[in-house]
Design a protein around this ligand. Structure first.
Ligand SMILES: Nc1ncnc2c1ncn2[C@@H]1O[C@H](COP(=O)(O)OP(=O)(O)OP(=O)(O)O)[C@@H](O)[C@H]1O
Length: 324
């Protein structure tokens, strides 16, 4: 019988990142199916951006171990910089938190987009300009022809991020990494930009890893959620399972914080994350966990499937000795 499971476009195996004595990411494994959107959630410092940046091979001054296999390209962590240059933009693209800082202030946004199109797709000047107008239209930029000659500072934050989305999607990448692309924007336009990124990636059949703070938004917008705590995956699975049938007490805390405060912003649960260079040997969440048992401080819980016999990398799993 033909296997109908979607094939993974990206598989991370034991991705580990050290900065000096601090272990920022600890054996993170996850898989992303073709055409799937996956949200990385967790409070500040959990390592979400580090995962995205490690996949792009844009981490400076860190020691990276493990594997990041992109379908058809092999282990990204083992490729040369020259090979990575060929993949960035074409197969992998990233949208950063602050579009204002990511765009070059000295060039018009049209020139920046046209350059990407010409360099990666080998289009002529006229073809690239026509394609740039189409892309600006698809990301909801009014007067796309006129806006091509604007400098970044002449555009609002929301417009700048739309330009970044157009640049990131210009070469139809297979995988888009969006690192909290709305954190520098007004609350009123945050959801619009998230929806725009997801609709545009889905329309192109691309996969997307979305770094988000907001568990509610992640569960509405994405297919799967990975919850990170202090550099480790504590729970992962289909978005609905994570929202409605989560097993890890940290996921519960993330969810109740949002619900209690009644905003769309993720507020950190009480207490603080242990420092990276002094992580406990047991469960890292034990010091803040209302369900902690003596075992939790002595022994780290392994990731366990939430349902018997449900062991695939895309299934719901969690790491806890005393789950909800
Ligand atoms: N360039 C750097 N030098 C030193 N430490 C860093 C650097 N970048 C990140 N870190 C540390 O790595 C840890 C993980 O950071 P990361 O930005 O990946 O977390 P995050 O979950 O994305 O948080 P946020 O939501 O605040 O962006 C943090 O403790 C951070 O201080």
């Amino acid at each position: 019988m033909k296997d109908m499971a979607p094939s993974p476009i990206l598989t991370l195996t034991d991705l580990t990142v050290d900065r000096g004595a601090a272990r920022i990411l600890d054996r993170v494994s996850l898989s992303l199916a073709e055409g799937e959107t996956l949200a990385l959630v967790g409070e500040s410092g959990a390592g979400k951006s580090t995962i995205a940046t490690a996949i792009m091979r844009l981490l400076d001054g860190a020691k990276v171990a493990g594997k990041a296999e992109l379908d058809g390209a092999g282990d990204l962590l083992a490729l040369s910089e020259k090979q990575m240059v060929r993949l960035r933009g074409r197969r992998l693209s990233m949208i950063f938190q602050d579009a204002g800082a990511a765009l070059n202030p000295a060039y018009t946004v049209g020139r920046q987009l046209v350059t990407v199109l010409r360099r990666n797709l080998g289009l002529s000047k006229t073809e690239a300009r026509a394609r740039a107008v189409e892309l600006f239209t698809s990301v909801g930029i009014n007067d796309p022809e006129g806006r091509l000659s604007a400098y970044p500072h002449q555009l609002s934050g929301g417009m700048q991020q739309r330009v970044m989305v157009a640049i990131a999607l210009a070469c139809n990448p297979d995988l888009l990494l969006a690192d909290e692309p709305t954190s520098a924007l007004d609350v009123t336009i945050q959801a619009q930009i998230v929806r725009l990124i997801l609709s545009q990636t889905r329309a192109r059949g691309a996969s997307c890893i979305f770094v988000l703070h907001d568990l509610a938004l992640a569960s509405q917008a994405c297919d799967r959620i990975v919850v990170l705590y202090a550099g480790q995956v504590v729970e992962a699975g289909p978005a609905r399972d994570i929202l409605e049938n989560h097993r890890h007490p940290y996921t519960q805390q993330l969810k109740s914080c949002v619900l209690e405060i009644g905003t769309r912003e993720l507020h950190a649960p009480e207490g603080t994350v242990p420092p990276h260079d002094r992580m406990p040997k047991g469960c890292r969440f034990a010091t803040r966990c209302p369900r902690a048992l003596p075992r939790c401080t002595g022994e780290a819980p392994p990731l366990t499937p939430a349902r018997d016999g449900d062991g695939g990398p895309l299934a719901h799993h969690f790491a806890c000795w005393n789950p909800e």
